[in-house]
Design a protein around this ligand. Structure first.
Ligand code: SIN
Length: 328
């Protein structure tokens, strides 16, 4: 009898353990490199909160900002290995997985954020979300940061002013060609190193959005920022195909809808921050913002735009035409 009771007890304990195990939520680690007060940082936190509201018992999102978990050079590999589930690297950081996204780095491609948004939401733009599926990477959506500006330790008004200067760039061959086109020296370096490189004067400048220049305090260690709006810095929010396909059928649509909502929230912040962070930098008096005349800006266009020819074949003429058409 005692044996029978002990057996029953063991069976009950095992059942409880199994139920507890089955009830463990799915953990989504979302790793990114920027500060929490940026469009991407706020979008990631919004996604975490929406999932907690809607799927709290089934799914838990953990957000790791400011390269705490992985820098952008490692995060996609980590995602494919299952160590993180969501990342949102800049569109410039997918070279290993597709050449098509090089499109977004072409200098002076989109005249403003509305044109970038129009292209991203077009049929051609949406098709790109699936362009890395065979490599195991699934695009969930585009997220804005904004147009890039160029900061430097000396005032840059014309391309000749950049001659011989060292600029940090993201890991993109297009961006390399873009700075070589103005006789500058591009250096591919992780985002987490930029502040120190600027502070120690190991480099002379860098290109980035108002939000990144402000939130990472680049403006405190760069005397000048030229408002060039010469290129786009947006993100692709990605997950791994393996993880995405493994989600239960009643969970996946809720995760996707929450991500769409979080992206829309982040996009609104991006547009607002491009204005407010520029203003905050100007008001700080730490860095002088230089606005170009039309003639000066045209010189940058003429110097940089010829790099398109080097990448047209890899990107594809159809895609390029669709992006150009979004400016109308
Ligand atoms: C980011 O905004 O995620 C980083 C951009 C950069 O590497 O400059």
């Amino acid at each position: 009898m005692r044996k029978f009771t002990a057996g029953l007890f063991m069976a009950a304990a095992m059942m409880t353990a199994t139920v507890a195990q089955a009830a463990e939520p799915i953990v989504i680690k979302f790793s990114h490199v920027v500060a929490e007060n940026t469009p991407k940082g706020q979008m990631a936190n919004k996604f975490r909160d929406l999932i907690a509201e809607r799927l709290g018992d089934k799914v838990k999102v953990e957000v790791y900002p400011s390269s705490q978990l992985y820098g952008d050079n490692k995060v996609l590999e980590a995602m494919l290995l299952g160590d993180v589930q969501i990342a949102a690297p800049s569109l410039s950081k997918f070279k290993k997985y597709t050449k098509k996204l090089q499109l977004f780095d072409l200098p002076f491609l989109f005249k403003d954020m509305a044109a970038a948004e129009k292209f991203q939401q077009s049929e051609a733009g949406q098709k790109l979300l699936a362009s890395m599926r065979k490599k195991g990477v699934v695009g969930l959506g585009y997220l804005h940061n904004g147009m890039k500006q160029i900061s430097a330790s000396k005032p840059l008004r014309t391309p000749a002013d950049a001659d011989g200067l060292k600029f940090r760039i993201m890991s993109s061959d297009v961006l390399s060609a873009q700075f070589e086109a103005v006789n500058a020296v591009p250096l591919k370096k992780p985002f987490s190193e930029v502040f120190t490189l600027l502070q120690t004067k190991a480099i002379d400048g860098q290109e980035n959005t108002w939000s990144n220049i402000y939130s990472k305090k680049f403006f405190e260690v760069q005397e000048y920022i030229t408002a060039t709006d010469h290129g786009l810095l947006d993100y692709l929010v990605v997950t791994s195909r393996e993880f995405w396909d493994s989600l239960p059928d009643d969970v996946r649509p809720v995760v996707k809808a929450s991500m769409d909502e979080a992206i829309a929230f982040g996009n609104k912040i991006a547009l607002d921050k491009a204005i407010s962070d520029r203003k905050a930098i100007e008001e700080s008096g730490r860095s002088q913002v230089i606005d170009l005349s039309d003639a000066e800006r045209q010189q940058w266009v003429e110097a940089m735009k010829p790099v398109w020819a080097q990448f047209e074949e890899a990107v594809g003429q159809d895609l390029l035409d669709a992006a150009i058409a979004a400016n109308n």
